[in-house]
Design a protein around this ligand. Structure first.
Ligand SMILES: [Zn+2]
Ligand SMILES: [Zn+2]
Length: 284
């Protein structure tokens, strides 16, 4: 009997074009090569900052998925490849805990031969994204310490007049010297964490987690047509409370669906009951 097709069969031996800048291939390439048996290469001449930059010069248009598709299209145009991986990060209030900042990283694999688009995500509250007004060197040093410099980079911006941005410092000393120099002219400056992956090891780890999620989703194959990417496309809420049995807002089941044949399957959560702590009736 022939073994069922593996997701790897569709990708093994092919070249994956990595549509990123900022050194993200450092975490993407080893994982993809090991798990999918592909060869990775970084697209040359792709300015992903044109799709939105973290230093704020260019605002991202549309949703993260739209940004990923735009990057992918551009990479395909440049290299005429058929297998592309792009990545996109978002920062802001965590969607479930509004008072803490969150970082969501998404990594998308697009295969134009098999018409597949598979996404991996990682949502974390572990981000050092911060900005602060700096009036003297002492304030700058306290900010730097808080965000984890010198391992993490810093971006400087003017607050008054037309905005000017300074980034790509060669060292922490270089940044300090620039602060000192700028504060002679500016009364106050804005210091921000550099969120570009190569200058932010915390973010690089989140991208790695999103890549692992992508690999996991690729390996989930449709039970009907065997296409890879039989990933979670929706959830059913209403996990019953352990105490009163009423439905809670917690996830009861995940809905997996296939983008090739449209087959859908509801797979129940591992848990049968929710802790009464999360029940609106027991703990309003
Ligand atoms: Zn299918
Ligand atoms: Zn209850």
């Amino acid at each position: 009997m022939k073994a069922p097709a593996q997701a790897n069969d569709l990708f093994a031996g092919r070249t994956v074009t990595i549509a990123t800048m900022h050194g993200k291939e450092r975490v993407l390439a080893p994982l993809l090569e090991k798990e999918l048996h592909v060869h990775c290469k970084v697209v040359e001449g792709l300015n992903t900052d044109a799709f939105g930059s973290f230093s704020g010069e260019i605002q991202r248009k549309g949703t993260p998925i739209e940004a990923l598709r735009a990057k992918t299209r551009k990479a395909i145009e440049l290299v005429k490849g058929s297998l592309v991986v792009a990545s996109e990060g978002s920062f802001g209030p965590h969607p479930s805990y509004f008072f803490i900042p969150g970082n969501e990283e998404m990594v998308m694999l697009t295969d134009t031969v098999h018409k597949l688009e598979i996404v991996g995500r990682h949502l974390t509250e572990k981000t050092n994204y911060q900005k602060r007004e700096i009036k003297d060197l002492r304030e700058f040093e306290s900010f730097a310490k808080q965000i984890g410099a010198p391992e993490h980079g810093i971006i400087l911006k003017t607050i008054h007049g037309p905005q000017k941005v300074w980034k790509d410092f060669t060292s922490f000393e270089d940044t300090s010297n620039m602060v000192e120099h700028l504060l002679k002219k500016e009364r106050v400056l804005m210091a921000e964490t550099d969120m570009r992956a190569m200058n932010n090891p915390t973010r690089m780890k989140a991208i790695e987690q999103a890549t692992l999620d992508l690999v996991k989703n690729i390996k989930l194959c449709c039970p009907k047509c065997k296409a890879p990417g039989f990933s979670i496309q929706g959830v059913q809420r209403g996990l019953p409370c352990e105490h009163c049995g009423m439905p809670t807002k917690s996830v009861k089941a995940h809905v997996h669906s296939c983008q090739k044949c449209g087959f859908t399957e509801t797979r129940s959560n591992q848990r049968t009951y929710e802790n009464p702590q999360y029940c609106d009736y027991c703990n309003p």
